[in-house]
Design a protein around this ligand. Structure first.
Ligand SMILES: Nc1ncnc2c1ncn2[C@@H]1O[C@H](COP(=O)(O)OP(=O)(O)O)[C@@H](O)[C@H]1O
Ligand SMILES: [Mg+2]
Length: 375
């Protein structure tokens, strides 16, 4: 009988696990938040991932539960584990990906390089942090943020007054130094329940308005020192937090050539979409192999360069799918990935991957193809 994988969450990450699941002969099912989501092309149940009985019923006839996002509550995760369900990543690891303050605390314990940070409970505390850090700070809501929502650069505490006022008793915000980075990088590592790990080459990521716009794999101008350091950080976190499945570590490279950890994701990640077409084993296949404790695949790039460009917003007046013929005709080397999502300004609705030998040519091919879908 086929191994059965249950994915909680019906977004594009679940959707992109489906093709490799089919190739590997896996039986894949999705618990989606709503009907008609990105992953609805697989056998899909619809229900609330915060409701234990809903998740329990979904988990009843699968061999492993994994995720499209990190938001399943700890009590639900722990109840599944107590039921004997294989949950990967498990609650002990996800604990640190669900809350940026817990993540910072744990990474500090592990001695990992991080920006200066503090837990903030009131305006006076935030103002003191700003004053101690050159008059500016990055304030983050510890939970539920994505694509720059929940991240704000401030130069006075009152610029975060709405978040401070909304804190529950005992609640805290995360304050970080505004890192003067030369670029952002991401390191991915796959880890199995047996403890095997495979690292991907470190990549460069470009964020616009807090949203990932482009990824270059491998990171240009990366010397052995940087490559080794990023890999060591990724593997140390995967091992130290007991991550199972794919781990992404978002990194800052600073002007003084330090590497600082921005945040973690315990699932396939936008910084790894390049690997679908640019690596021997794509991250979605690797995630499935990892959570099923199958042997991990080779992570080497298939080409000197692969560039991923996100399609943001999408066409205002017609469907993204209707633009595909033109994009394919103009860019035959491009791989288009669509998410089956209704376009909205700034929303990630797809991406393109292009590989090749000349980086400038690959970048312009990828940007040109993505441009067919925007506006
Ligand atoms: N401490 C910081 N210093 C400078 N820029 C930051 C800092 N933290 C976040 N950013 C910028 O904001 C982006 C989004 O922040 P992040 O914490 O990764 O939130 P999200 O969960 O929305 O991805 C980062 O990719 C980076 O460009
Ligand atoms: Mg981020």
């Amino acid at each position: 009988m086929s191994l059965r994988v249950g994915i909680v969450g019906g977004g594009q990450l679940a959707r992109m696990m489906i093709a490799p699941a089919v190739e590997l002969g896996l039986d894949v099912r999705v618990l989606a938040e709503q009907p008609g989501m990105s992953a609805a092309i697989a056998a899909t149940a619809v229900g609330d991932y915060r409701d234990l009985e809903t998740v329990r019923a979904f988990a009843r006839d699968v061999d492993v539960i994994t995720f499209d996002h990190e938001h399943v509550p700890q009590d639900v995760l722990r109840a599944l584990v107590a039921d004997g369900v294989a949950v990967h990543p498990g609650p002990d690891a996800l604990f640190f990906a669900q809350d940026k303050l817990r993540m910072r605390t744990k990474l500090a314990e592990l001695g990992m390089p991080q920006p200066v940070w503090a837990a903030i409970s009131d305006a006076a505390g935030l103002q003191a942090f700003i004053d101690d850090n050159g008059g500016r700070a990055v304030v983050k809501t510890p939970r539920g943020g994505y694509d720059g929502k929940g991240v704000r650069v401030v130069s006075a505490a009152d610029e975060a007054a709405d978040w401070i006022d909304a804190l529950e008793p005992g609640g805290q915000l995360l304050a970080e130094e505004l890192v003067d980075f030369t670029r952002e990088l991401a390191q991915q590592v796959a880890r199995t329940p047996s403890g095997a790990t495979r690292a991907y080459p470190v990549v460069e990521t470009v964020q616009r308005g807090g949203v990932c716009a482009e990824v270059i794999a491998p990171a240009p101008r990366a010397g052995d020192r940087l490559i080794d350091l990023a890999e060591q950080i990724g593997v140390a976190i995967a091992d130290g937090l007991g991550v199972t499945g794919m781990l992404a570590v978002e990194l800052f490279e600073t002007v003084d050539e330090r590497i600082l950890i921005n945040e973690l994701a315990m699932r396939p990640h936008n910084s790894g979409h390049w690997s679908q077409d640019g690596a021997v084993t794509g991250q979605f296949e690797q995630h499935l192999r990892a959570v099923l404790d199958l042997p991990l695949g080779e992570t080497a790039p298939r080409a000197p360069w692969t560039v991923m460009v996100n399609i943001l917003g999408g066409p205002a007046d017609d469907t993204l799918e209707s633009r595909i013929p033109l994009a394919l005709a103009a860019h035959p080397a491009v791989k288009v990935h669509t998410y089956g999502k209704a376009p909205r300004p700034g929303r990630k609705v797809g991406h393109v991957n292009v590989s090749g030998v000349d980086l400038d040519a690959v970048v312009s091919d990828a940007r040109g193809a993505a441009a067919h879908f925007e506006g």
